[in-house]
Design a protein around this ligand. Structure first.
Ligand code: ASP
Length: 324
């Protein structure tokens, strides 16, 4: 049994209105990730940890997602990226906070996990560690795209307040959709993540993000926090996307594991978590896969970019429905 589930961020209010002009490229990217990484996982060429790492690296390389190249821009005009990874069998974990010079923050998190100690590195220490251990160094200019610059300029001109838990004020990357100038109006999605079970029955989860447009210097979301944005143990692997502060305050990813352990069904457990996050202004979604081969991809926003490789069969979706 091999399953790989990925997401490319959740966001927006109201009913889904269909694909935007750039959505086919996002869908295509997700298909490529699922097919390339799912096939390797199935052939046992890679294990679950490498599968989630490579899947997230590929999503980081797609400029239309808010991770790696194409990350959103903070209040000071710079990109800072967060990522974390965890493997279920021994709860080994790695995390980077505020990386500025890494093409693949998730690879740096993976290398921290493999080194064993410490679990988290921040800022220039995260960059230095990654680069010293072979992660490609890139410039801020390379990471920035016209789309994100446009969103940032829009944010600056309206001076929206970052991190607000008031949905109307939120400048979570996702929520910019529909609020930015017309040329950027359909381009506000997201954070990326992957969860997998390999043929040995082992589980892993990884998440990566540029955070929120206009975020204040030093702001840390849920993505690099083990137990908030990412979790894996022997029974479940989880990756979350949404307003990070609410996911931190509810220990969302870990709490899903606890609800499952207490005997709740997977779908029910996931809904309990999202219902707890929502009142704190954290609308969003998550993906999870369990040791017995179940998976879920729930979201409480208008959409969530997502897809699954389930023992060779692939499905992707944006709105409520999945397509082959
Ligand atoms: N959770 C991420 C953060 O708060 C944002 C997202 O998922 O889009 O940094």
């Amino acid at each position: 049994m091999t399953i790989l589930v990925i997401h490319g961020g959740a966001g927006g209010d109201g009913p889904w209105l269909g694909k935007t002009p750039l959505d086919p490229a996002r869908i295509e990217c997700m298909r490529q990730v699922l097919s390339a990484v799912g096939t390797k996982l199935q052939r046992q060429e890679i294990d679950c940890l490498e599968a989630v790492t490579v899947a997230v690296e590929m999503l980081e390389d797609e400029p239309l997602f808010n991770a790696g190249k194409g990350s959103v821009i903070g209040s000071d005009g710079t990109i800072t990226m967060d990522s974390s990874i965890m493997q279920g069998r021994d709860k080994a974990a790695g995390s980077v906070i505020g990386a500025r010079r890494l093409r693949h923050p998730v690879r740096a998190a993976n290398l921290i996990l493999k080194q064993g100690w410490p679990v988290m590195l921040s800022s220039s220490a995260a960059d230095d560690f990654g680069i010293a251990n072979g992660v490609e160094e890139v410039s801020q200019e390379w990471l920035k795209t016209d789309l994100r610059l446009g969103q940032w300029q829009q944010w600056r001109s309206t001076r929206s307040s970052p991190g607000s838990t008031d949905e109307n004020d939120s400048v979570l990357d996702h929520d910019l959709e529909g609020r930015v100038a017309k040329e950027f109006s359909d381009e506000g999605m997201g954070t990326v993540g992957a969860v997998a079970i390999d043929s040995q029955g082992m589980l892993a989860a990884a998440t990566s993000t540029g955070g929120m447009t206009g975020k204040p210097e030093g702001r840390v979301g849920d993505t690099p926090i083990i137990g908030a944005g990412t979790w894996a143990d022997e029974t479940i692997a989880v990756s979350c996307t949404g307003v990070g502060e609410a996911y931190i305050r509810t220990c969302a990813a870990h709490s899903l594991a606890m609800h499952l352990q207490q005997g709740n069904a997977l779908v029910e457990s996931a809904n309990i978590v999202l219902d707890a996050v929502a009142p704190l202004g954290g609308r969003g979604g998550l993906i999870a896969v369990t040791a017995d081969g179940q998976f879920v991809m729930p979201f409480q926003t208008r959409l969530m970019y997502r897809g699954v490789w389930d023992n060779g069969s692939m499905k992707v979706g944006i709105g409520p429905q999945l397509e082959q």
